[in-house]
Write a protein that binds this ligand. Structure first.
Ligand code: FES
Length: 213
């Protein structure tokens, strides 16, 4: 039962399921017993993924943070501090797909405004921090994702879609809506962050160059 001070979306309790326990065992073994609080971020990810599996909304309720604090012998406030500091952790329910648009300098210069506009239009979301009426999409503005060479970046859940523009963003959202999951990575003709269309330098090996001399 929800107490008056508790938002309706917050569950009363949370316990890790068998799949999460298997992941937790692999995480905790990396830390000495006296330093297991260092596992707080992987534990938050595990809880968030479990909520995604169970409810279709990947977020971390307070009850899960309390359980993490108990498992790691930490004060609950220290877990709340970590979860509320990093944008990777959602402390409120979100849509099935989390659209995270980088609008920092490189992405902005390369057209992140078009990506934002396309997200709003195709997903039916009014603005940042909002979820579409159908509950499918939540739109979030994020700072540099560390993939500036492939700007602009649209992160969907844990996947980076790179070199985005308006039409490709709309096509991606249409695919997600249809239950498809297009491959992540560059959306133009390039491998990783290599130049579009292929390599432009070091086209000749040193051996071939010396043979031609
Ligand atoms: S500015 Fe967008 S990834 Fe760095």
């Amino acid at each position: 039962m929800n107490t008056p001070w508790k938002p309706a979306e917050q569950p009363d309790k949370f316990s890790f399921d068998a799949a999460s326990e298997a992941e937790i065992a692999k995480v905790l073994v990396k830390y000495p017993e006296a330093r297991k609080a260092s596992a707080v971020m992987p534990m938050l990810y595990i809880a968030q993924r479990q909520m995604g599996r169970e409810t279709g909304s990947a977020w971390v309720p307070v009850a899960a943070m309390d359980e993490i604090a108990r498992r790691l012998d930490m004060a609950p406030i220290r877990v709340y501090e970590v979860a509320s500091f990093y944008t990777m952790f959602n402390t409120r329910p979100i849509g099935r797909y989390h659209l995270q648009v980088c609008t920092t300098t490189s992405c902005w210069l390369r057209g992140s405004d078009d990506v934002v506009h396309a997200c709003k239009k195709a997903a039916g979301v009014g603005g940042f921090g909002e979820t579409s009426e159908d509950g499918l999409f939540t739109l979030t503005q994020v700072e540099c994702l560390g993939a500036c060479a492939n700007a602009p970046i649209l992160q969907v859940d844990d996947d980076f879609y790179e070199d985005m523009d308006g039409p490709r963003t709309e096509a991606l959202i249409a695919a997600l809506r249809a239950g498809e999951r297009p491959p992540a990575g560059p959306t133009v003709n390039r491998c990783g962050s290599a130049p579009e269309g292929g390599r432009k330098t070091l086209l000749v090996t040193p051996e071939a160059a010396s043979e031609n001399q």
